[in-house]
Design a protein around this ligand. Structure first.
Ligand code: G3I
Length: 372
């Protein structure tokens, strides 16, 4: 019989060895440690963990990183009308197909983004062959043709779509974004029309309304008013996409909870569709100097990384509590190297909004998100 003390000692040594190995892997060599916890594994029982990307990025180390961490993929740009539409009946599906093939080959679900939007839709979509603006009926005919062709092309390959994107105005007396060509030609009814058409064409896909700033109480109330009207009119809508372009200065977890509650009370699923946590907070006031300061480049110090990790931890604590109401969480980019925030609002100003650094290595925020 083995004496108990050496056994305990050997076990302790082994344990220390494991912990040391794990911490070395975390710090230095994350990508090569296949046993390390991944986002998708940690959240498997709660909701999908997605990422937005373009097909040209899905190569080499970034492709491996995406396959390893995520189980849902959103086309960042290549399924927008600007990318697909080439005049009635003509499409460029090349990039979108490449992205879908990647997803299918690697077991990722695809979130379609987006069918009806005022932005990244060619001007010709709203005009006849002479360049004259279409009337409502002609635009609905074009929309039906476009949606039929696109939804049929991706049938069985895209499980949900952002049917309408950013139709609401941020403020003002009218709920809707009145400068949108959709609103100008059709009034608010284009929103219901788009959902009805999508459901008629493919009743199997989940249909979402997607917008930004939805944890802002004013915008949330506007969204609730619009969505309630749609639900009351039996418009087929399954969920609301909260874009979640948050920042470390203003993110408020209680407001996130309030919005999830408000949307779930309407019987809607919630997807977090475009998550990032900028290290910059935009200053909207009249003081030019303050504005310039808020636009200045920051160094990503350990303190900033810790603060960002804290905000991500707060956000995911809320999301975990609401698993079931929240059915998908998608990051708007796979690493800090490829984030739209490196080009917006000031081109060339580096941001650090995601869980992985420029080299796909996990940041403090990553560990806070998987620690629970
Ligand atoms: O494709 C051209 C390329 O040919 C050209 O050389 C290059 C020069 O700037 O521009 C390329 O187009 C860029 C395009 O992304 C593709 O990379 C556009 O300039 C750029 O404006 C465009 O930005 C996209 C933006 O939507 C457009 O509104 C971002 O990548 C994309 O992340 C962003 O995503 C939106 C969501 O769809 C909706 N919610 C907000 C979110 C962030 O703005």
């Amino acid at each position: 019989m083995n004496p108990p003390i050496p056994l305990f000692f050997a076990f302790s040594l082994a344990l220390v060895g494991c912990l040391v190995t794990a911490s070395v892997n975390r710090a230095d060599d994350f990508s090569s440690d296949e046993s390390e916890t991944t986002l998708k594994a940690r959240y498997e029982s709660m909701f999908k963990i997605g990422v937005a990307a373009s097909p040209f990025l899905l190569k080499g180390p970034l492709a491996d990183h995406v396959k390893r961490q995520f189980n849902s993929l959103t086309p960042e740009n290549c399924m927008k009308p600007e990318a697909l539409y080439r005049g009635d009946g003509n499409y460029n599906f090349r990039e979108a197909d490449e992205l879908v093939n990647f997803a299918q080959a690697n077991g990722l679900a695809v979130r379609g983004h987006t069918l009806v939007w005022h932005s990244q839709t060619p001007r010709q979509f709203f005009c006849d062959e002479q360049g004259k603006q279409l009337g409502k009926d002609a635009l609905y005919n074009r929309l039906e043709k476009y949606m039929t062709d696109v939804l049929t092309h991706f049938k069985g390959k895209v499980y949900c779509w952002d049917v309408v994107n950013e139709a609401l105005a941020d403020g003002g007396p009218i709920l809707y974004r009145t400068e949108s060509p959709w609103y100008k030609i059709c009034g608010k009814e284009y929103i219901a029309e788009a959902f009805r058409l999508a459901h008629k064409i493919d009743p199997d896909i989940k249909l979402f309304y997607n917008d930004y700033n939805l944890i802002n109480p004013v915008k949330r109330d506007r969204a609730v008013a619009m969505l309630k009207e749609l639900k009351d009119a039996n418009v087929p809508i399954d969920g609301v996409g909260m874009q979640a372009h948050w920042d470390i200065g203003s993110f408020n977890p209680q407001e996130l909870q309030n919005s999830i509650d408000a949307f779930a009370a309407l019987g809607l699923e919630v997807h977090i569709t475009e998550l990032d946590m900028s290290v910059y907070s935009l200053y909207h006031g009249p003081d030019n100097e303050k504005r310039n300061q808020s636009m200045a480049q920051k160094t990503y110090t350990p303190e900033l990384a810790s603060l960002q990790a804290e905000k991500y931890a707060e956000a995911f604590a809320v999301l975990r509590r609401n698993a079931g109401k929240v059915t998908g969480v998608t990051f708007w980019g796979a690493s800090d190297r490829f984030t739209w925030l490196n080009h917006f609002p000031r081109p060339g100003r580096k941001d650090y909004p995601l869980l992985f650094d420029d080299d796909n290595q996990p940041k403090k925020a990553f560990y806070r998100v998987i620690e629970f």
